[in-house]
Design a protein around this ligand. Sequence first.
Ligand code: HEM
Length: 577
Amino acid sequence: MAPNLRPSEAFRCGSFLISTYVESLVPGCSGGCNPVPFLCRAVFPLELARIMQPSEIVLIGVFLSGITTFLLRSGRREQGLPPGPPTVPVLGNTHLLGDGKDLHLRITQWASTYGDIFSLKLSSRTMIVLSSATAIKEVVDKKGWAGSSRPGNYIAEICGTGADSNLLFATDGPRLKNLRRTLARFFSVQNAPRYMPTQAAESTILLHDLMVHPQDFFESIRRYTYSLTKIMTYGRRAPSFADDDVQQFYSSVDELSHVLAPGVYPLFDIFPLFQYLPVPSSAPWRVLAHRVKTLRAGLHTNMCDSVRCGLTAGNEQSAECFIGTVLRSDVPEREHHFYSYTGIALLDAGSDPTAAFLLSLVLVLAVYPECQMRAWKEIDELVGATHLPTPADLAGLPYIRALIKETLRFRPQFPMGVHHLMTDETTYKGHHVPKGSIVVLNTYGIFHDPDVFEDPWIFNPERFLKSEHGTRPGRDANFRDNLIFGGGRRVCPGQSVGRSTMELTAMRLIWGLKFSGARDPVTGAFISRELDCYSSDLIMMPRSFICTMEPRSSEHRDVVLQALGEARLYLNRFEGN
Ligand code: HEM
């Protein structure tokens, strides 16, 4: 229950709201250093009192007390909701989210205090955090579509990538269901092997890039995952990271993640009133949002046009890719934008999550040389140095399978999933989960729960050799292999393709390269701090880190060089017009 409003708290809440708004209008103001919010807080009420008549002040007082009564109720945790951190009036727990940095760690800490279901009050909105596989199964998976809508995202709307265009933000409804069916067919388990020749050829190019330009490994890996997704979606590849579309796409992704991060823009979705306040077009987040909108609209138009041209010219790749399938289908005219913009959603959803895994893998191989050596031993015995590993080899590589699973457990790409929205109420462990609540799938917390995983903070692939899910014996019968891919009806439609890319590429990187992490010049110890250097936006991605890599032997390098010609020849079909 919220305590009564004390003057100090009222002042804090008011200041928070006003400063959030004002800070968003002032270029370069994102911290406490800017004097404007403080001036606003101090001068604004005094100034008003000076220029108004007493009757106006009374009227405003009545109006404000009505609003205050409404707002005071809005921060409270209603009876029956799961427990959670104490609330303050108006804000509820909003102030605890801060700038969103490392929120997954705070959420995981709260889960250890309040249990596998707890609630946060974001003013009048309720957020339910689920931190066990059982909770996800009961609240999301079993509820079907009623547990799988999405909360609105005003800032994404402004960026032209909201519910009406982008599948990722789309709310429950017939057109989403139709689109999901189309995606399910396109990326089905049966269809996934179709992409294997592309994955094999592109991963050969990646190995070669890493051998020749090891210092550019971030760019090489991001090009690789973008190119794979672009081929499936638009029937065209991206030969170089310097290509215009690659540059535009990644600038838009980086800027979109930034503008969507809490703290950069006013809390429009929590305090919808902000949506009606005047905002100058020079406000920093508006400038950013406008740039993102322009970049993505340009990409969308160019890419769709190139598929249209390909279809007219009878190009096979254009006909077979996702957008080609959509353009050739009888999608009603009014749904065309939503369906075709799915191309951009696929680029978003397919490129960086896969890159995040590969970068995490490089990082752990570099700083856990004992794991790298054990993986080499295993792959050398099975595959040898005379040819590249193929998907069929994975079955004979239990340690490498465990290493992949442990990397995904240790650094899941979506540490807090992607928010779901309940369109119906439900209960779990006697707690009420109301209709309209936002649901967080706390994947990071689940994978770092010491009751379920022994020493969860330690990187230890062996745990997956002892039990299928790496859990303590008998813990959490509801654990499923695809928790990293979300849940309910929104579970990742690209999971088969995503998994096969991660597995094939992991085998090939381990097979062909030696990774070494940076060491402290005095102690000689690995700078393990780098393991904590992750971006804290929606996707958990290592920031730049120092790592050297080289071919394991001249034999390995020669095998890659020999395979290169065939890979380029195969990929030729995805180049040109
Ligand atoms: C490889 C690593 C990947 C991971 C870890 C991953 C994970 C996820 C997660 C957690 C979600 C949200 C699910 C939810 O709301 O509960 C998601 C959604 C989605 N993913 Fe993936 N994904 C990956 C790769 C891919 C690939 C390769 C594609 C397609 C090319 C793809 C396409 C999508 C799409 C379209 C959605 C939105 C679904 C919706 O909102 O209905 N993903 N993914």
